[in-house]
Design a protein around this ligand. Sequence first.
Ligand SMILES: [Zn+2]
Ligand SMILES: [Zn+2]
Length: 134
Amino acid sequence: MKQCSKCKKSKELSEFYAQKGGKLGKRGACKQCVKEYASLPSTRKRNNAACRAYYQENKDKNRVKRAKRRAALKRALCDCCSSKDYTSFEATRPEGDYHLDHIIPLSKGGKHCLKNFQWLTAFDNRSKKDKIVS
Ligand SMILES: [Zn+2]
Ligand SMILES: [Zn+2]
């Protein structure tokens, strides 16, 4: 007989899985407890290959999305400003909740250029978007 480390019940040795180096060559927990542990939702999730595949797929999708955004910005880069100019424009950010805005949106062929930059509050940005829609 051997006592299960989980349910504390004394069970026949045949009720324990064999484990090298374990007490009496058996696992500490009985077969019943090991099975119960394996069927816990958290354990199943970790062992779920489909779940891992989904995560991997999502990661790939996000990578593609990021690469596309980077490419769009690169295409929109102008010839007249250097990245140093962009940094100095950043320094002119007004006090408060202002966002860098492209006067002509990049999606409308606007350039990522000092001449196309303005500072807008989140509120201005919303009303501007409304204007474009109407
Ligand atoms: Zn047990
Ligand atoms: Zn420029």
